[in-house]
Design a protein around this ligand. Sequence first.
Ligand code: NAP
Length: 538
Amino acid sequence: MQGSNGGVAGDQCDVVIVGAGYAGLLMLHRARGLGLNARVFERGDGVGGTWYWNRYPGARCDTESLEYSYQFSDDLFQNWKWSERFATQPELLEYAKHVAEHFNLLPHIQFNTSVKRASFDEASRRWSVKTDAGQEVSAKFLILATGCLSSTNVPKIPGLSDYKGPLYHTGQWPAGGVPLAGKVVGIIGTGSSAVQVIPTIAPVVKELIVFQRTANYVVPAHNGPIAREYEAQVLANHAEFRHNNATMIRAHGYRNRGRDVSALTVPRQEVEQDLERRWQVGGLNFLDGYNDLLSGLEANKIPAEFVRAKIRSLVKDQSVADLLCPTHPIGCKRVSVGDGYYETYNRRNVHLVDIRSTPIEKITADGPVVAGKTYGVDVLICATGFDAMTGPILSMEIVGRKGVRLADKWAAGPRNYLGLSVNGFPNLFTMTGPGSPSVLTNMHVSIEHHSDWITNCLAAMRAAQKTEIEATESAEQNWVKRVDDIANGTIFPSCNSWYLGANIPGKPRMFMPYVGFPSYAQVCASVAADGYAGFRLT
Ligand code: NAP
């Protein structure tokens, strides 16, 4: 492996990275640190990934800013000041731009370029990468930093294309914003994106009609300006802060960690007091109090009922409250974080339409039709989520050894080793892909973990004069089983979530992320320490 720190090089390079979100940026920085000639293709016209595309009103992160930060550079960490406990989308986008400029990454990124196809040539042992502009680049390594939630899911509701008003998806929101003041707005979906849009636009629109298929558990954020005293403590003990968070199953929230006991062994009143305390603190650590809230359906009923009681107390009209009360286990679908969501349904201009018992029949030029009634809307918003995890990868045609397409190999669901490497696809790495903890964790921790692991692997290959790395078939089989076995010990497979691919009609049902960051990181470390056990190095 050779290379230089030079800029974009002709049609040959050491590494092609797809995506300039937080993962792609860090991977580029790391690859350049190794002296490799690395090139990034990005379909947007700027960096930021998720935070570039999700510009919808109210968009902000639900992991605390100080944790949802790059931590690999103490200088970067110490010198960036977040304004709020949970950062807004514009600030998160500024942060990505700052990082790209600070580490001089922009000259190595080609914007407005989608990768269409990547195929592995067995003779030259190189990847040939083709873009939508017809460019072809040859690279030794291909790294997919395409994000987990970047392929939007637009529902296939009959007549959608007949709708005459403007139609937007939250995951592809126009950069200049959308005028909504004084309009009648319809929104389909009540997941995390909708939970942020709804309270933000309700005060400015004329009427807001929410089409709900599945009620959602929403815990408060209690967002506000960042507590500078807490920030100073974190900055003073950065290494410890980072280490402690990495010991948590979801790689964040150490300061709100719970007890390693079952909620069923503790008096109910005590569990409820803990839930109330967590509700008042706000954020995703609501379910961290006991060790079985996400692994035992019986224990899970306690926080589920706690939130339903909150909904009934926050929403004045009890028939609306009933509709807003979720019935699936809490946490089985991703819990949303946001302020004022349930209270918004007390507004006279906000209307909830149940499309679980009576689905949207069709969409006419005027708007959605439910139970024979047409809901005329000036603007229609799809907050309908994503073809998660595999969608962004399979949106490209990826062809490995013997002409095998990744889409065919994954026809029954994604199969890989460590969530990083696929048998039959040498020198290809996926960052935060299926089979890794990714979406169940603080993404920054997972991104940094993967970029470190890949960087160390590339350095080890160079030192050992190896040019090719590929997961073995048996390692891959064992890994898929391990991911599945762990998930089966939790409540996660018990409802129709996007973690399982259940939100996309026809998508194979398979629990995709690995549950438990610390054990995952341990396995990855021991694989590397054992000379990349489970991989064939040539
Ligand atoms: P989502 O959680 O998948 O929610 C999509 C919503 O649309 C659900 O209510 C879903 O109902 C509904 N829906 C989908 N297809 C439909 C159809 N054909 N007809 C009617 N309703 C339909 O998507 P999201 O809200 O964009 O969030 C996705 C993930 O992104 C989150 O889970 C989270 O990980 C991340 N996210 C994070 C933040 C944050 O950090 N604050 C913000 C937004 C998103 P069903 O539940 O019945 O499928």
